[in-house]
Write a protein that binds this ligand. Structure first.
Ligand SMILES: O=C(CO)[C@@H](O)[C@H](O)COP(=O)(O)O
Length: 223
């Protein structure tokens, strides 16, 4: 089993049959459920909250749920998502008044914590919190919608983030999100990512397993 994790974004799943569709993508070989929370304030779209996360757990989903908060303010929903069964909670540093406090709140709630960087957000927000995070998520599209194209300069940013992780000596996941597909996943992995969010590339195809298997074949060429 490779150390690369594939995390389908349920933003592109069938909301009318969400439990069934999430179960189907996990059975097809996905590792993690990527759960995009949008508030129509921090980002121009509106999705779902803790009740849906809780509903997935009640449906029987046991895989890690990676909650990506695209909301402002950040803190009030952290305990709610932890109670609802989130495994990992990430947020955008510029959306929090107190980054250290938000990270501490996630940890106190029993979840892994991470920071998310939009394409134009500098990585210097990591400077004083590397010892407090488990994951870095680099957005390779501007957040809000699935189906956008991968922004190429993310590759350079991934290399910079990987160098920061290596220098920290800590085990921190480097996740990438937006426009990840079979034909670019190897290049993205070679730049340093080890966790791949893919929404439309998986859910817009009839055979999820065929896509995930093809992604793993590409990843096998890298490591
Ligand atoms: O958070 C987001 C968008 O804001 C992503 O998770 C997208 O949902 C990824 O979709 P694709 O680019 O893979 O279609």
């Amino acid at each position: 089993m490779s150390d690369f994790l594939i995390a389908p974004s349920i933003l592109s799943a069938d909301f009318a049959r969400l439990g069934e569709d999430v179960e189907k993508v996990l059975t097809a070989g996905a590792d993690v459920v990527h759960f995009d929370v949008m508030d129509n304030h921090y980002v121009p779209n509106l999705t779902f909250g803790p009740m849906i996360c809780d509903a997935l757990r009640n449906y029987g989903i046991t895989a890690p749920i990676d909650v990506h908060l695209m909301i402002k303010p950040v803190d009030s929903l952290i305990p709610e998502f932890a109670k609802a069964g989130a495994s990992i909670i990430t947020f955008h540093p510029e959306a929090s008044e107190h980054i250290d406090r938000s990270l501490a709140l996630i940890k106190e709630s029993g979840c892994k914590a991470g920071l998310v960087f939009n394409p134009g957000t500098p990585l210097h927000y990591l400077d004083h919190v590397m010892d407090k995070i488990d994951q870095i998520l680099l957005m390779s599209v501007n957040p809000g919608f699935g189906g956008q194209s991968f922004i190429p300069h993310t590759l350079e940013k991934l290399k910079e983030a990987r160098a920061r992780i290596d220098a920290s000596g800590r085990e921190i996941r480097l996740e990438v999100d937006g426009g990840v597909k079979v034909d670019n996943i190897a290049e993205v992995a070679a730049a340093g990512a080890d966790m791949f969010v893919a929404g439309s590339a998986i859910f817009n195809q009839p055979d999820y397993k065929a896509v995930i298997d093809a992604m793993r074949q590409e990843l096998a060429k890298v490591k």
